[in-house]
Design a protein. Sequence first.
Length: 110
Amino acid sequence: MERLIETVQEVPNSRVVGCAGAVGEALQGMRSARPKVLILDVQLRGGSCFRLLKQLNAAGIERPETVIIVTNYPSDEYRRASYDCGVEHFFDKGSEFDKVRQVLMDLSAA
């Protein structure tokens, strides 16, 4: 998580507005912080990122403009599930982590 926080903080006009390790905690944080970008790992306590994304609407929480998943489990199954949930970016932590920074830089420049 520290590596991700450092990456976000290095991007102009970007800041971390919250961190959560569990689905419920993430929903609470999103309700108050209302982030424009949501970066998730597949696995969360109390469920998965897919469960969290499905619960956003049910909880009356506006979906962030951009959703990024970074994971150590980049299976085709997870990739398909991500896109089925409307995720814009799905990256392997081991080989594609630098792409998170690039997406954030692109969003910052827009």
